[in-house]
Design a protein around this ligand. Structure first.
Ligand code: SF4
Length: 281
């Protein structure tokens, strides 16, 4: 048996670190180049990390009576399969992996391309019923290459798993921008326009029945409107065959716990549209 070349060992180490990073972020699926296989029914998950629940409980205490359901661990519900085709036949030769590769080599936004650690194209189930869409990667996401892994990401996981009874790996999570704006500033209209083809390619491949926009930037960009998030939430919109629900960004909820009751109401609309059991009724 011959020694492994150093480049092969480095590549294996980098791949193992990347997989461990994805696993720690709750990623349970990576799309195969071949046609994706039908998913298994969702399995019950362990209750959320005590530290996260304690933090949520603290914000709950700051606004008594707000979305208590979001704090209660729930049994994950089986997610009905959407009628989808394999990505290879649903969108020609394109693939989520190709979108990720193209974004990684993209330098359309000069400032972002020169300051990013890496691009963050998105993670999750390759054939989801539900896609969550945020604004842009933050510092943690830029470091790990995975969206929604910081405190706001932990709250999003709570919303998905404890609030909706799904698993994070059953949905796809992405952002309007694939690169972190320096200092977490709001993406410029030009940056959002530059990155839009990547988002539209992802939506064409994923064909989600439902898209949940998290925050004004995601909602306004997807729906091409300048209406305030407060006016967009609470109703069902449509984008290219997907039903769209808009609600507040988890980072906003961490700063404004009183808004959790509105987000919980939006999630209840989403669950009703998806045919999921609603624990609030
Ligand atoms: S934000 Fe999007 S368009 Fe801009 S450089 Fe990054 S990948 Fe390219």
């Amino acid at each position: 048996m011959t020694d492994q070349p150093a480049s092969t060992m480095r590549m294996r180490t980098a791949m193992r670190q990347k997989l461990e990073s994805l696993a720690s972020a709750g990623v349970t699926h990576i799309q195969s180049p071949r046609a994706a296989q039908p998913r298994e029914p969702a399995q019950p998950r362990e209750p959320a990390e005590p530290s996260v629940l304690a933090e949520l409980q603290a914000t709950q205490n700051a606004a008594p009576g707000v979305c208590a359901q979001m704090l209660q661990p729930r049994q994950a519900m089986p997610l009905p399969l959407a009628e989808v085709q394999p990505a290879s036949t649903a969108a020609g030769a394109d693939s989520l992996e190709q979108v990720g590769r193209d974004a990684a080599s993209c330098r359309l936004c000069q400032e972002l391309a020169t300051t990013r650690t890496q691009t963050v194209p998105g993670v999750g189930h390759p054939q989801p019923r539900l896609m969550f869409l945020g604004e842009a990667p933050g510092a943690d996401e830029d470091r790990q290459g995975v969206p929604f892994v910081g405190r706001a990401g932990q709250l999003l996981t709570q919303m998905i798993e404890n609030g909706m009874g799904l698993k994070r790996g059953d949905v796809f999570i992405g952002n309007v921008l694939k690169c972190r704006p320096p200092g977490n500033r709001t993406p410029s209209p030009q940056e959002a326009a530059n990155c839009r083809p990547f988002l539209d390619r992802q939506i064409a491949l994923l064909k989600p029945e439902f898209i949940c926009c998290l925050g004004a930037v995601a909602a306004q960009n997807l729906l091409a409107t300048d209406r305030a998030i407060g006016k967009l939430r609470g109703q069902v919109h449509h984008y290219r065959g997907s039903k769209v629900i808009c609600t507040y960004h988890p980072a906003y909820l961490l700063r404004n716990p009183a808004a959790k009751k509105d987000t919980w109401a939006d999630l209840q609309i989403l669950m009703q549209e998806m045919g999921l059991p609603n624990p609030g009724k």
